[in-house]
Structures are given as C-alpha cells and as structure tokens.
Write a protein that binds this ligand. Structure first.
Ligand SMILES: [Zn+2]
Length: 91
C-alpha cells in the first residue's frame, strides 16, 4: 500500500516523498508503514504455519505501528484463533 495522503495536512500525494502543500517529509511515516506491513506479513506467515500466538504478537506490533482496518482484523483474527486453539487443546 502506498501512502496516498500527507500524514500532516492530508493533502493528496502522488508518490512524492515530500508533501507539495506543507513540505512535510513523509519518509519516516512511510518507513513506519513499511515496517507495519512487514510485521503484518510475519503475522500472516505465522497463521499459515498454525502459530496463532506468534501471529498475534506480530499483528499487535503491526497494529501499533499503523492502525488500519486490515491490521485490526488481523490482530482480532489471530487472538480469536489462538483462543480457540487453546480451547481445543483442553478437549
Ligand atoms: Zn502535507
């Protein structure tokens, strides 16, 4: 996902690093967004290998870095799945 709006003034960005309106350098925000995506990817990989606890850990980091609908759903899914795994171990 490419950041489409300036994190400072919400001006539309056309893949520029610096906002044309307020001159905010969005590199730091973009770095955080990239890191959040990396963490989300780790969470998905952990889910795919059946490790809900690790997935929840990565999903939480991702969500803290960049709170999006996807990161919230990923975190919720990982936590819920982890809890259902714990319940199934008790049977
Ligand atoms: Zn701006």
């Amino acid at each position: 996902m490419i950041m489409e709006k300036c994190p400072h003034c919400r001006a539309r960005l056309k893949r520029q690093r610096t906002c044309p309106r307020c001159k905010t350098d969005s590199k730091l925000a973009l770095d955080i967004e990239t890191e959040a995506q990396t963490m989300a990817g780790q969470a998905v990989t952990s889910l795919a290998s059946g490790d809900a606890a690790t997935a929840a850990k990565y999903a939480e980091i991702s969500n803290k870095l960049h709170n999006t609908l996807f990161s919230r759903m990923l975190l919720e899914f990982s936590v819920n799945w982890g809890q259902s795994q714990l319940l199934s171990y008790k049977d």
